[in-house]
Design a protein around this ligand. Structure first.
Ligand SMILES: [Fe+2]
Length: 579
């Protein structure tokens, strides 16, 4: 069966994923083609075209188009909850009751139009809407490879109405235990405070998490943002998750928090500095989020976890690597699986896997993210030949060995290999690399190449055979979705990838899924004694990750990078400093 999953239901992070008989053959985010981060208000047109093209499948042969947004009936408590909790914005409350599936209908029209554009035959191809949180849940559970009963948690801003999902998976089916509805959203509160701290919601949450270790979580108590009620929590919408007239506004732009929050905490943070009191707010927000997720997880999934020890976690909240560290540390959690595109871009995959599982197809564990476009040496050469900048290039006969030498000499290196990653993390296909024992390499990459906030940490990729010694556990970590405490002895060996609080968000690399990256780490180990490399995504601040050789060269020529390994070619700048 051929299933094309599409996302873009919530006007950000559109993507496409293609399943053929249960196997993921391609998945990609639209932002990479459009060169517009999160590709807001777009549909995954180029992504869908790419997926079909990569698989050599005609649009006429697609059996199902799966979409992670479904109609919600008036009998569901979701719409009534939304209406009751938005009493202060009566137009929204009434809309939820009288016209509660307007967005669904608009989405369906957009999917239909996209299908027409790519040549889907709607007479033959079925359209299958999947509830947003079930798509998230499926993207984690069905791709976890767990065969025993598995607890499932979904923590997300908002789908149709649900924001937070607790359930379990058994024999390939997903069962719901409890859902919370908008505006009661833990990720929503995190997003509102992200905005307050001067970052963009759905983008800057990582930055808040990166800032948190610099602050004292107990200096300010943000507890009043989330109230405890009988079966869980309610967000205090007089502060956050605020809509309509209650929103705080600056220069006509409305925020997801109120003036009351400003009166309480002071003006919204501006600029790039991690300073007081904002670092403490970040720390307090991170702690509040962790504590609530853990408490609800215990309430609704504790029993299942004690039975099986398996947890599949999805939704934007699952990218909170510090929360994940605390989950993994729990005695009754044996293994946590976070699907690497846990945010909304992964719901294309989730909608597709949900339908596939329901149709009885076999799905196996997702072991890598190399599901996007690739370009061979000839294509790279054609692009290089067409460049006007004074570049020189040579074909390397030992790519990993020669790249490792440059790294060991202390150079940052742009690394472009094979199929592009699906999901927000660069995992060795479109990366900027550095040697983690070279003093100051992280600052240099921050200041000269990525132009990011200097307090944000960089992460390590490491060989599977040394990882247990470094992170002191044999828990799997292929996708940089969990932080771990770094062993004392290793902190001084790889200081450039250890965060302020002694943790690192690691990627464990195995030989099977990325042999060339593995070989690079082995070569670096021979030169430096450490099979660890600093790995950050190949892009500049505010840009999506590089997709094509053209993008790579645009980025390379527009930065202070001196070395780019483009498939088998080493590209350097002539008169380096002048470029
Ligand atoms: Fe979502």
């Amino acid at each position: 069966m051929i299933i094309l999953g599409l996302s873009g239901a919530l006007n950000h992070d559109p993507s496409a994923a293609l399943l053929v008989d249960g196997e993921i053959v391609a998945a990609v985010e639209e932002e990479r083609f459009l060169r517009d981060k999160h590709a807001k208000n777009r549909m995954p047109l180029e992504s869908a075209r790419y997926c079909l093209g990569a698989a050599g499948i005609s649009p006429k042969d697609v059996d199902v188009v799966a979409f992670p947004y479904a109609p919600i009936g008036l009998a569901s408590s979701a719409r009534w909850h939304y209406a009751r909790r938005h009493w202060y914005a009566p137009d929204r409350a009434l809309d939820a009751l009288l016209n509660g599936n307007r967005r669904y209908r608009r989405n369906w029209r957009r999917v239909e139009e996209l299908g027409d554009q790519i040549g889907i035959d709607w007479g033959r191809t079925r359209f299958e809407p999947v509830e947003h949180h079930l798509a998230h849940a499926s993207s984690a559970y069905h791709l976890s490879g767990f065969t025993e009963k598995t607890a499932i948690m979904g923590v997300d801003g908002k789908g149709e109405y649900a924001t937070t999902f607790f359930g379990y998976g058994e024999h390939g089916r997903i069962y719901r235990i409890k859902e919370f509805y908008d505006p009661d959203s833990l990720s929503g509160v995190y997003g509102a405070i992200t905005e307050y701290l001067g970052f963009e919601m759905l983008d800057g949450e990582y930055k808040v998490m990166g800032m948190a270790p610099y602050g004292d979580p107990d200096r300010y108590d943000l507890g009043r943002l989330i109230n405890r009620v009988r079966d869980g929590f309610e967000v205090d919408v007089s502060y956050v998750n605020t809509v309509g007239l209650r929103r705080h506004k600056e220069s006509g732009v409305g925020f997801y928090f109120s003036d009351k929050l400003i009166d309480w905490l002071g003006p919204r943070r501006k600029g790039d500095v991690a300073d007081e009191p904002y670092i403490h707010y970040a720390a307090a927000m991170q702690q509040l989020f962790e504590n609530w997720c853990l408490e609800l997880m215990e309430t609704y999934l504790g029993e299942t976890l004690r039975e099986t020890g398996r947890l599949a976690f999805a939704g934007g909240g699952a990218l909170n690597v510090k929360l994940n560290q605390r989950i993994v540390a729990l005695d009754h959690v044996r293994e946590l699986f976070v699907q690497p595109a846990a945010g909304d871009s992964g719901t294309s995959l989730g909608a597709a896997t949900y339908v596939a599982a329901r149709e009885g197809e076999r799905l196996s564990r997702m072991t890598h993210v190399f599901l996007g476009p690739s370009y061979d040496n000839d294509e790279c050469l054609r692009v290089l030949d067409a460049r006007r900048e004074p570049l020189s290039w040579q074909r390397l006969d030992d790519v990993p060995g020669q790249a490792a030498e440059l790294l060991a000499q202390g150079h940052p290196l742009a690394w472009f290999q094979g199929r592009m990653e699906f999901g927000p993390r660069a995992l060795g296909a479109r990366s900027i690399l550095g040697c983690p024992s070279t003093p100051g390499i992280a600052d240099r990459i921050n200041e000269q190449i990525k132009f990011r906030e200097r307090w944000r940490p960089f992460c390590p990729s490491m060989l599977d055979r040394v990882a247990p010694e470094i992170i002191q556990t044999d828990h799997p970590a292929p996708f940089m979705t969990i932080t771990f405490d770094v062993a004392q002895a290793w902190k001084s060996r790889i200081p450039e990838v250890v965060h302020e609080d002694g943790t690192a968000r690691v990627q464990i690399v195995d030989a099977e899924d990325n042999p060339r990256y593995y070989a690079l780490l082995e070569a670096l180990e021979k030169l430096t004694g450490n099979a660890v490399v600093l790995n950050t995504s190949l892009n500049r601040r505010g840009e999506p990750m590089v997709c094509s050789p053209e993008d790579a060269l645009n980025m390379f020529c527009g930065s202070d990078l001196q070395f780019l390994v483009l498939e088998d070619y080493l590209v350097t700048k002539v008169d380096g400093e002048d470029q």
